[in-house]
Design a protein around this ligand. Structure first.
Ligand SMILES: C[S@@+](CC[C@H](N)C(=O)[O-])C[C@H]1O[C@@H](n2cnc3c(N)ncnc32)[C@H](O)[C@@H]1O
Length: 404
């Protein structure tokens, strides 16, 4: 297929794609393997799992596709400089030597995210400051002018990663975090992060081959992520093409269009013929869910119910239930224990064998009140909260869990 002309010469796809390079996709604890699978589907090679990240290689097409389609990636980073620094001056000197003017306009903006470990650079903020000084000083010396810092919407987002004396500089190709999908018009009190929601559904092993139900859906994040999977809607379809790589000097618009159009053509291709239902006790939060669904044009794909979960049966037939009940500071402990007791009762009384339940919570005491043994426990973090994603396989004959 022909996609673009360069200097009057027609380039074939393969020619236009160019060299392969190393990349790092950032994710959340516990989602590394899920993300590795997604990257494999994008054509990534040499995949290696790291902590809260996956390293891989590929060309620009892989970079664009990973940004557009990976549901469990927070950012796709492209390493571009690696060196040793044993003190602040060495960090400054090495950063100063990089030809920043080839990447960044003097009247452009940039920002630096930094993480440091080891005994040499103990404050990530100071390492970032030193790096910023070196970049700015180079521009000043060359042009008598400097690019400005913009922490909100910089043209150029850098990641500085220092482990002991190993310094890596990476370009963030995504810009704003990829959990910002662009479908959220309204947020509930405690919306779950979109990347975490998608990861939970994938960890539950949903193949879009049964119904999906969230009995405490809040503003609808799990429902929307499920509906996007069921309709094969790319993760960043609603993001309005807001990616940092589009501001890079080597941005290849033909290649980007090829990726976007080929992924968009797959929308609706799964022929999903099951129900997606949500339920919540709070009418205000359901209105927010409705607003989000309408914005994503998914309101016809999802049915919302108002009431307590004990009064709402799941859809008929095989159903995957994934939910994020209340936990944390806003609710009194007694109430929370009672709520979890009712949850366990509802699993046994209303759900039964045709349903599989996956639930995330950070309240390990309240979890005990469910009164069923989970058949799987996976550690995840909701923000800073140490959580478990628990799987309950229900056994309708005895109204008990199989593992009870
Ligand atoms: C942590 S929030 C869920 C957030 C949701 N995942 C989102 O992304 O917006 C928990 C939800 O449980 C709902 N809830 C609490 N008790 C309930 C009950 N008895 N029946 C149904 N929903 C309930 C709350 O109204 C709240 O929206």
């Amino acid at each position: 297929m022909i996609i673009q002309k360069a200097n009057g010469r027609v380039l074939k796809n393969e020619e236009a794609r160019g060299a392969e390079f190393k990349m790092v996709a950032k994710t959340m604890h516990g989602l590394e393997e899920i993300l590795a699978d997604e990257l494999r589907d994008c054509g990534a090679k040499n995949i290696e799992l790291l902590s809260r990240a996956v390293e891989f290689s590929g060309d620009m097409r892989v970079l664009y596709r990973a940004n557009y389609t990976c549901r469990t990636a927070l950012a796709i980073l492209k390493p571009f400089a690696e060196f040793e620094a044993n003190n602040e001056q060495e960090l400054y000197d090495n950063v100063y030597r990089i030809k920043w003017e080839k990447m960044l306009d003097v009247d452009g903006t940039f920002m630096i995210d930094s993480t440091t470990s080891g005994d040499i650079f103990t404050h990530s903020y100071y390492a970032a400051l030193k790096t910023k000084d070196a970049i700015v000083d180079r521009f000043r010396r060359m042009f008598n002018q400097r690019p400005n810092i913009d922490t909100e919407n910089a043209d150029f987002k850098l990641n500085l990663h220092i482990a002991d004396n190993r310094v890596t500089l990476l370009l963030n190709s995504s810009g704003e975090s990829l959990h910002k999908r662009g479908y959220r018009q309204a947020v509930g009190l405690a919306p779950i992060n979109e990347v975490l929601a998608a990861g939970m559904i994938k960890l539950a092993g949903w193949k879009c081959d049964c119904n999906f139900y969230d009995p405490m859906c809040g503003s609808g994040t799990l429902l929307i992520e499920a509906a996007m999977m069921a309709n094969n809607i790319p993760a960043q379809y609603y993001r309005q093409e807001n990616f940092a790589f589009k501001r890079w000097r080597d941005f290849n618009i033909g290649e980007w269009k090829y990726v976007k159009e080929s992924e968009d053509r797959k929308i609706g291709s799964l022929d999903f013929d099951y129900e997606i239902w949500g339920n919540d006790i709070d009418m205000d939060v359901l209105r927010q869910a409705e607003m989000n669904l309408r914005h994503a044009k998914l309101h016809k794909d999802i049915i919302l119910y108002h009431g307590s979960f004990e009064d709402q049966e799941p859809p008929e037939g095989r159903t995957l239930i994934v939910t994020n009940p209340p936990y944390g500071e806003r609710i009194k402990v007694d109430d929370l224990n009672e709520l979890y007791t009712k949850l366990g009762d509802t699993f046994k009384r209303l759900y039964g064998e045709r349903c599989e339940v996956w639930l995330i919570s950070s309240d390990f005491n309240a979890i005990k009140h469910i009164g069923l043994h989970p058949s799987k426990k996976i550690q995840l973090f909701n923000g800073s909260l140490d959580c478990r994603l628990l799987k309950y396989e229900l056994y309708s004959g005895s109204k008990k869990s199989k593992t009870d």
